[in-house]
Ligand binder design. Structure first.
Ligand SMILES: Cc1cc2nc3c(=O)[nH]c(=O)nc-3n(C[C@H](O)[C@H](O)[C@H](O)COP(=O)(O)OP(=O)(O)OC[C@H]3O[C@@H](n4cnc5c(N)ncnc54)[C@H](O)[C@@H]3O)c2cc1C
Length: 385
């Protein structure tokens, strides 16, 4: 049974939307279309870390290698609709019409039985569902950029071939090696977490381009390797600018979905940052979206009957305790990370303490959990999982 022939529309082609789309195609949902406002997929100047709990999911549907090699060319072009900014959603009432009509800013529309809102923390889908809450500013901004290894002194380049965290009072600079040498895309992603009052924020958007000078101001008296990074950033960034982003998070909500009135097999549901945003201090936002993506796609494909509300509620019950806990513990990790005393951070952020604190996140297997908790509700007889 399940909902394999329903018209499923995904709004948003970030990592959450793409994770759901991949999982949906793999699981066998037949009629899935993704609508993304950006005119093309491109790097935005940021890197994310995908940890073992999410890599386990990518492995399960054979994506690990292609993701590493090809990044966003993963799915057939026929499922992707770019340059489509969702403006509103009509809940149709007339006989014979689709349950939902999505209106895009360019005047085009799409029809859907099931809408998956993957449009990030500022989600229009979430707003359209009547959830009028506002995101909260965390007190921190992040500066994000890339350094080519060739733009660093050899010794510093070697040091930054693994993850390194430089810490100071109320701020830290995290370095992640990204890309790979085989495709000549290897370089270091720089993520500087700095405590700043929102009063000093000079952009209406949460994301802006900032002079590298602003980051340098925060770390002027730090160690020589950090000065190498600043100099490297200048060499690797032709416009002398980097991304600056204010960190916001929403409080968890009680319900992630709505059902179409009078219809038991049509509804709207949220996934990724639109449902369960989290501060980045445990590197889990994308990982949670990947876990949620495979969980929702599998539930929709293998649900035993046509009760969509039951399927949505099962998915939410499976995911929400975990994502709420990630949101809470990421907030706590952020508090530790912006401590006045870097020594205190040494106690809490050494590899052993971190490993212990993150164990419940890393060792989790969403597919196992799904199979156990869904044993009576899901029919896996033709599953590829
Ligand atoms: C500094 C920082 C570091 C991070 N590091 C990590 C990390 O190491 N590991 C990790 O797992 N996570 C990390 N994260 C979190 C991660 O970036 C997010 O959780 C993740 O990107 C959320 O994915 P998403 O698809 O839900 O939302 P988004 O990535 O925000 O994607 C939403 C998509 O929807 C599109 N969209 C928005 N509105 C509309 C509309 N109206 N119509 C059509 N399309 C629309 C947008 O263009 C976008 O493509 C980090 C976050 C930050 C800020």
């Amino acid at each position: 049974m399940g909902f394999e022939n329903k018209r499923v529309v995904i709004v948003g082609g970030g990592l959450g939307g793409m994770a759901f789309l991949n999982a949906a195609l793999y699981a066998g949902l037949k009629n899935v279309q993704l609508y993304e406002q950006a005119p093309q997929f491109a790097e935005v100047g940021a890197g994310v870390n995908i940890t073992s709990n999410a890599n386990r999911v990518l492995d399960a549907f054979g994506l690990q290698e292609s993701m590493t090699r090809k990044s966003s060319q993963r799915v057939p072009q026929s499922s992707l609709n770019l340059g489509k900014h969702l403006a509103s959603i009509d809940r149709n009432t007339s006989e014979g019409s689709a349950p939902y009509t999505l209106h895009f800013e360019d005047g085009t529309t799409a029809e859907a039985d099931i809408v998956i809102g993957c449009d990030g923390i500022k989600s229009n889908v979430r707003r359209d569902m009547g959830l009028g809450d506002s995101p909260n500013y965390s007190g921190q901004v992040v500066y994000r950029g890339f350094v080519d290894y060739k733009d660093l002194p050899e010794e510093t380049a070697q040091l930054l071939r693994k993850t390194v965290n430089f810490r100071g009072p109320k701020r830290h600079v995290l370095i992640l090696p990204i890309g790979n040498q085989e495709t000549k895309t290897d370089r270091a992603a720089i993520i500087g977490f700095m405590s700043e009052s929102l009063d000093s924020w000079d952009s209406e958007s949460w994301m802006s381009r900032s002079d590298i000078d602003s980051l340098q101001e925060h770390v002027r008296d730090w160690c020589p390797q950090v000065q190498d990074i600043i100099a490297g950033l200048r060499k690797s960034s032709p416009d002398q600018k980097m991304l600056k982003q204010a960190l916001y998070v929403r409080d968890p909500i009680d319900k992630w979905y709505e059902m179409k009135e009078g219809q038991k097999d049509a509804g709207i549901i949220l996934l990724g940052d639109s449902a369960h945003s989290t501060l980045p201090h445990q590197g889990q936002g994308t990982c949670m979206a990947i876990e949620s993506g495979i969980a929702l796609a599998t539930v929709l494909r293998h649900w035993k009957n046509d009760d969509l509300q039951g399927a949505f509620q099962f998915y939410q019950d499976l995911r929400k305790p975990r994502t709420d806990r990630v949101t809470q513990t990421s907030y706590e990790a952020g508090k530790l990370g912006s401590s006045e005393s870097p020594d205190e951070m040494n106690d809490k952020f050494n590899p052993t303490a971190l490993g212990e604190r993150m164990k419940w996140i890393m060792e989790y297997n969403v597919l196992e959990d799904l199979k156990i908790k869904g044993a009576e509700l899901l029919d896996f007889h033709d599953s590829r999982l």
